[in-house]
Design a binder for this molecule. Sequence first.
Ligand SMILES: Nc1nc2c(c(=O)[nH]1)N[C@H]1C(S)=C(S)[C@@H](COP(=O)(O)OP(=O)(O)OC[C@H]3O[C@@H](n4cnc5c(N)ncnc54)[C@H](O)[C@@H]3O)O[C@H]1N2
Ligand code: MOO
Length: 414
Amino acid sequence: MSPSSCDETDSEALTVEEALARVLECAQPVTGIEHVDLHTAHGRVLAREVTAPFNVPPHPNSAMDGYALRAATLAESERFHVVGDAFAGHPYRGTIGAGECVRVMTGGVVPLDADTVVQQEHVSIDGPYIRVRIHPTLGANIRHPGEDLASGERVLTSGQRIGSAELGLLASLGFAEVDVHRLPRVAYFSTGDELRGPGEPLGEGDIYDSNRQTLYGLLREIGVQATDLGRIPDDETATRRVMAEAADQADLIVTSGGASVGAADHVTRILRETGQANFWKIAMKPGRPLNFGRLGKALFFGLPGNPVSAMVTFALFVGPALHRLRGEAYTPPMSLRAVARSALRKVPGRTDYQRGMLTQSADGTFEVETAGIQASHILSGMSRANCLIRLPRDAGSVEAGAMVDIIPFHTLFR
Ligand SMILES: Nc1nc2c(c(=O)[nH]1)N[C@H]1C(S)=C(S)[C@@H](COP(=O)(O)OP(=O)(O)OC[C@H]3O[C@@H](n4cnc5c(N)ncnc54)[C@H](O)[C@@H]3O)O[C@H]1N2
Ligand code: MOO
């Protein structure tokens, strides 16, 4: 971790980009490599590059069900004698002479002395013979060794996340196990005297704790190991205990609530005393206050308590940090341009991340409509929405019909 970013004291308003750069600077991959089977490797990040130990496909094989022959003999022969079969997994081991062919199935090995496959729809069958009605070009319908992966070629790089295609690639190369980075361990808890759990009666001024469920979902979507340390009341002893427990086990700690002014908040004070605490005001909406620091060996994110602010700051800062921690390079979420179908109110000074409903019209145009009231306690808007509408910091309100920047949720929460 660079002392310049993590040890600093409270700062003036940062831009989103500045805050993210500081977070990424402090987020280093966790140490530890695990050798795991392919199922366990799904969703994990490769710790070493993978090269192809042999060609894929390993042998010349047919792309069609048909007949393998030598193209030059097409001019000489009226008909071809079918001298054998080459089914997938069952090669033909004989030779092919002039006027001869081998019946071959898709994926079947093309015999050595054949150079062309004529697909079965282009021949007529005449007992043990075929007549080729439509002549193929030389080399037609043959898939060559190494066309997908050449022996020695780099197939996957260190730092690459293993998705479904990668699992298939590894399997196609005969790998049963791979080296992946250890998963970062995350601990999270929510704070606030007003918070109640399901089944508990709500007293006056109480609310149910929603952020902890949202955090559970967000962490699960990212695919890290997360421990729920519960709901912590505004009590010094309880807060010290949970923070020590979190620091003991986690590479990253996320909390919700008490991020704004901070002075009266136990988390903030204890973080200041026992770790490093920075209270950032970020020029963004929602999610202006963010408490970022370190507790023990763990990165610490104190997210704002407002549910929408918690989700947006998680997506913009915690998600990227977790990608880094698990050994991946950070790639910004993809954005696209869409026509605003409703006017969007905005005051210059903070980058707005408004909740929007993105659709694509019949002619392919992306269109976005506001998901309703844009306040940081309106969690229902987050549920109606499928994207964030990013409005630049210095921009004012947007009229209906203007083009705006969209970040689809599936590129953000991943
Ligand atoms: N004087 C100031 N007040 C506030 C400022 C400020 O700069 N100066 N910033 C505002 C902004 S912006 C935000 S965002 C919030 C951040 O609040 P905190 O992080 O300190 O969080 P709390 O005050 O604890 O809670 C805010 C809000 O969220 C509700 N909440 C908290 N935890 C949960 C939970 N687990 N599940 C559901 N809802 C939760 C809480 O009841 C409050 O309504 O501060 C502004 N104020
Ligand atoms: O972070 Mo706050 O959401 O701007 O209300």
